[in-house]
Design a protein around this ligand. Structure first.
Ligand code: AHM
Ligand code: MG
Length: 332
């Protein structure tokens, strides 16, 4: 088939996007360009990430700027890079970012797309050389092109995403995305400066043996989550928690597993953000055959009410997410 053929000849992300353009909703070429803009910013962030350990010796490395100013933190750098790529590209009218309190209205009258992005998630892991990620969601604006942006454009449920993806800056750097026709994964070849298709048509295993949750919070959990995690232990599942959402999600997507960030007594909506963390991964997992839930409802059906709204998240292999939901509904 087309996927395996493409892989065997070493297909780049650019070529793949072109090949698949017909699959995109509205196939105007602008969404393709937007994905390329994101990939370019990801390459730059990848370069900065690889240099992170050198930041303290930045002077010697030539990283301190002429004014001798200290280097900016990497999550700030990543935000600047993605903002620049998205605003210069011309396809986007508004951006929601974890790093910005308000919506960025680009005043771009011809931009059809709204992007929600976490430019660098898991940034507390940077200093200790652990994988981090970028997460993005793409929506078409609802109001007519040329009119001012309204909350109708921004507050769309995840089911309205036209594309979503993540970049994992790990032992290798990968970009994984969906436009609603399955999930494709690309690995970055730094010496060539290209993402190559390495994981065509990713499918999440129906079930798995990995559970990922911050167990230090157990005393804060509701009884359903406690009972589910206990069941994972009875079944002798593997506990794996990096504390970097993209990395934990990616491993479970490929190997089969569940990631849980539940409600706690002190944080009844959990920690993760609906717009730029949960929704993108929920779209991807569903496209891969898995499931994403807040314990009661499908993540993609949640109508957002606030920009930085949080949601509990149970995500991963279908059978495991359904089991966790059942435990929660039984015991609460
Ligand atoms: P951040 O957006 O401040 O980086 O927080 C999100 C991160 C996720 O990557 C990770 O899964 C989670 O927070 C870990 O939280 P905790 O340390 O509470 O387990
Ligand atoms: Mg984050």
């Amino acid at each position: 088939d087309q996927n395996s053929l493409a892989y065997s000849v070493g297909i780049t992300l650019d070529r793949y996007i072109k090949l698949k353009q017909g699959d995109f909703p509205f196939a105007s070429g602008e969404l393709s360009q937007l994905l390329r803009d994101i990939a370019l910013a990801a390459k730059i962030v990848n370069r900065e990430t690889n240099r992170a350990g050198l930041s303290n010796i930045g002077g010697a490395f030539g990283q301190t700027n002429v004014q001798g100013e200290e280097q900016q933190k990497l999550d700030v750098v990543a935000n600047i890079r993605f903002m620049r790529a998205l605003s210069k590209g011309g396809e986007v009218c508004a951006i929601v970012s974890e790093e910005e309190d308000a919506v960025i209205d680009l005043q771009n009258k011809s931009g059809k797309y709204v992007v929600a992005i976490d430019p660098l998630d898991g940034s507390s892991n940077i200093d200790v050389n652990i994988s981090i990620g970028t997460i993005f969601s793409i929506y078409r604006r609802k109001t007519p092109i040329g009119s001012p942006i309204t909350s109708e454009d921004i507050m769309q449920p995840g089911s309205q995403q036209v594309a979503a993806g993540y970049v994992l800056y790990g032992s290798s750097t990968m970009l994984v995305y969906t436009t609603g026709c399955g999930v494709s994964g690309f690995t970055y070849e730094a010496s060539l400066g290209e993402f190559f298709l390495s994981h065509p048509d990713i499918k999440a295993p129906e079930t798995g043996k990995i559970y990922s949750i911050n167990e230090g919070m157990e005393l804060e959990w509701q009884s359903g989550i406690k009972a589910y995690v206990r069941d994972c232990k009875v079944k002798k599942y593997q506990s794996r928690y990096i504390g970097s959402l993209v990395a934990d999600f990616h491993r479970n997507l490929l190997k089969g597993g569940i990631y849980l960030y539940p409600a706690t007594f002190s944080n009844p909506n959990g920690k993760l953000r609906l717009l730029y963390e949960a929704n993108a991964l929920a779209f991807i997992i569903e496209q891969a055959g898995g499931k994403a839930s807040d314990g009661e409802s499908r993540i993609l059906d949640i109508q957002p009410k606030a920009l930085h709204q949080r949601t509990p998240l149970l995500i991963g292999s279908k059978v495991m997410v359904e089991a966790a939901e059942q435990f929660m509904q039984k015991t609460e």
